[in-house]
Design a protein around this ligand. Structure first.
Ligand SMILES: Nc1ncnc2c1ncn2[C@@H]1O[C@H](COP(=O)(O)OP(=O)(O)OP(=O)(O)O)[C@@H](O)[C@H]1O
Length: 316
């Protein structure tokens, strides 16, 4: 499918959000886990086709915000709506990409089958939000779910630029290729909102840029609102419409140029952070804790833990 910012194409991907209604709205929202308030006072409005990053230090509660938007965890205070309803109610119109999972090289399932799981199955043990309701809706609507399903899978694979390798076993695809296929999986049900938890983690810089550009196109040309957790704002900075920085006890949201300033970030991170403007006018954040190299280490540790749990050593 050619990417074309027409209403017709928008309707092929984006779903039920009306232009007037915010896709996500937080008013004085707070979350508590284990008896502890992670953040509070969060005000955020995300409109259709807007790209928002959720940023902040490790453990501040970024993934927890995604869980709250999915309805898994209720807000401890304030008002939160997703697609005009309480979180969780409209999950059939929400695509979700959990924190990155690597497919081992021995995994034989093809990319297209992984994408198809977004319609028919679970994402490796993680329940697809609202799947049962969606299946009922789809069967009632089409009467031919199988044929409709494969046509949609092909369409969305083309959209993310994965046609060249979608028939390969996913374990033989590169990290960037796997991520495109997983984004296709999250898009296959034509969501109005895409929630992504650190989709750039463990990717090299060219792949971070390519995936960031793909998400920018999905958002701005296809009309899907994107809310994305990120550690490093730089690869996505020039695609963003809005950011929300979470900090211990607080939160600050706004346009990137308003929020991404040396003063604000230094205050939020409680460590010196400098925001520079390049000759091309782009912002670059220097000194933001948790640089990408550190994330890779973190995920390598998880891989080693998994291998150890399976009886192999980290170096086996
Ligand atoms: N069910 C739970 N019970 C108690 N504490 C929890 C629970 N779930 C998460 N936490 C804690 O809440 C905090 C926020 O976790 P969360 O994963 O949302 O942070 P994050 O900002 O996404 O972190 P990271 O950047 O490391 O991915 C962490 O300290 C975590 O240990």
């Amino acid at each position: 499918m050619t990417i074309n910012p027409t209403e017709e194409v928008r309707s092929q991907v984006g779903g039920i959000a009306s232009q007037a209604e915010p896709v996500v709205s937080l008013r004085g929202a707070a979350v508590r886990v284990g008896g502890r308030t992670l953040w509070s006072g969060a005000d955020l409005t995300v409109g259709p086709g807007e790209f928002t990053a959720v940023l902040g230090p490790n453990g501040v509660g970024k993934s927890t915000m995604v869980k709250m938007l999915l309805g898994v965890l209720p807000p401890a205070a304030g008002e939160v709506t997703v697609l005009g309803a309480a979180p969780g109610v409209r999950n059939t119109a929400v695509g979700y990409l959990p924190q990155r999972r690597n497919f081992d090289a021995s995994v034989r399932i093809r990319g297209i089958d992984v994408v198809r799981l977004g319609l028919d199955g679970d994402q490796w043990g993680i329940p697809v939000p609202g799947l049962a309701a969606f299946k009922r809706w789809r069967a009632a609507r089409s009467g031919r779910p199988e044929a409709d399903g494969w046509a949609r899978v092909a369409e969305v694979i083309e959209l993310v630029g994965a046609s060249g390798y979608a028939h390969r076993p996913i374990g033989q695809c590169s990290g960037g290729e796997q991520q495109r296929l997983l984004i296709a999986q999250a898009l296959v049900r034509r969501p109005s909102l895409l929630l992504l938890d650190e989709p750039l983690d463990s990717l090299d810089l060219p792949n971070q840029s390519a995936i960031a550009a793909l998400l920018g196109r999905i958002c701005h040309q296809e009309g899907v609102a994107v809310v994305m957790v990120a550690h490093d704002v730089n690869p996505i900075l020039h695609h963003l419409d809005r950011v929300i920085y979470l900090a211990e006890g607080g939160a600050m949201a706004g346009a990137p140029s308003e929020v991404i300033t040396s003063e604000t970030l230094t205050r939020l991170y409680r460590t010196p952070v400098e925001v520079l403007r390049t000759s091309g006018g782009r912002l670059v954040v220097v000194g933001e804790p948790e640089a990408p190299a550190r994330h890779s280490d973190r995920h390598s540790d998880r891989q080693a833990d998994r291998q150890a749990a399976q009886g192999g050593g980290a170096d086996s």
